[in-house]
Design a protein around this ligand. Structure first.
Ligand code: 16G
Length: 254
């Protein structure tokens, strides 16, 4: 068993090297060919390829073979907007508003947004796309009073953060973000165009403006096969260090 696992790891690394020399969308050699080239059993090749498919390096198309997939987007854990982030990478961001309504905040959301439970709150669900491909589905919650007249169309044609700044004179100054691994439910799978229970990242972000007011609470489902999270690590000095991740007794991260 141990021998097979080592061989599988070696095979995986060799296929990864091979992928680096190929272009996106190009087919890799057949399992039979790879097993001859690497001198390992087909079972080992299959297991290594399965892993690379799961990790999003390869994509299998039934009947036609296994292909190199698009590299994942390295998402930095900073206060970026989707639009700005995609533009920076040379990709074309678009959004589709699938639902927009104004509802009373209720107790839970009221707590997140720092408003009373009866406060009218705009809830907008948007699909976020890059170069026409669905990357994420986001549900934005904002106290309506902060964004009078904001429509679903506005959120399709412009970045929310740009609208906040240019139309409502609100600048996002900071926030708190929680990230959890998850799998897509039926609705999310359909919207994102991925199989049911695909790996995904659940982000929950609460952002505040420069005057300290809470501006948004956003629940985002980002495709796990398209994203990898990256963060810069800096040493934490005992006195000035800000806790980045703390786990409470009940398992919730704050
Ligand atoms: C990002 C943020 C989201 C924010 C949105 C604004 C994450 C996980 N979420 O998607 O909280 O509302 O950007 O994007 O990064 P926009 O300015 O393009 O509308």
């Amino acid at each position: 068993m141990a021998v097979r696992v080592t061989k599988q790891v070696e095979t995986r690394d060799k296929v990864l090297e091979l992928i680096e020399r190929l272009t996106i969308g190009q087919a890799i050699p057949s399992e039979r060919q790879l097993s001859v080239d690497f001198g390992v059993s087909r079972l080992t090749v299959r297991a290594a390829l399965d892993e690379l498919v799961r990790e999003g390096h390869l994509i299998r198309r039934r009947g036609s073979g296994t292909f190199v997939s698009e590299p994942k987007i390295a998402q930095e854990l900073t206060m970026t907007s989707f639009t700005e982030d995609m533009r920076r990478r040379g990709m074309r961001p678009t959004s589709r508003t699938v639902d927009l309504r104004i509802v009373p905040a209720g107790a839970r959301l009221g707590r997140f947004l720092n408003v009373s439970p009866s406060e009218p709150t705009l809830v907008a669900k948007r699909l976020r796309l890059a170069d026409g491909e669905t990357m994420a589905i986001e549900t934005l919650h904002v106290p309506s009073a902060l964004v009078p007249g904001l429509t679903g169309k506005d959120l399709e044609s412009q970045s929310f953060y740009e609208l906040l700044r240019d139309r409502y004179a609100i600048t996002i100054a900071g926030g708190v973000q929680q990230i959890e691994p998850t799998v897509t439910n039926e609705e999310e799978s359909e919207a994102l165009g991925v199989p049911l229970h695909s790996p995904a990242f659940l982000f929950e972000r609460t952002s505040r403006a420069s005057d300290g007011k809470t501006v948004e609470f956003v629940r985002s489902i980002y495709r796990g096969d398209r994203y990898v999270l990256v963060s810069e690590l800096t040493p934490q000095t005992p006195r000035t260090g800000i806790p980045v991740l703390t786990v409470r007794d009940d398992g919730r991260v704050h």
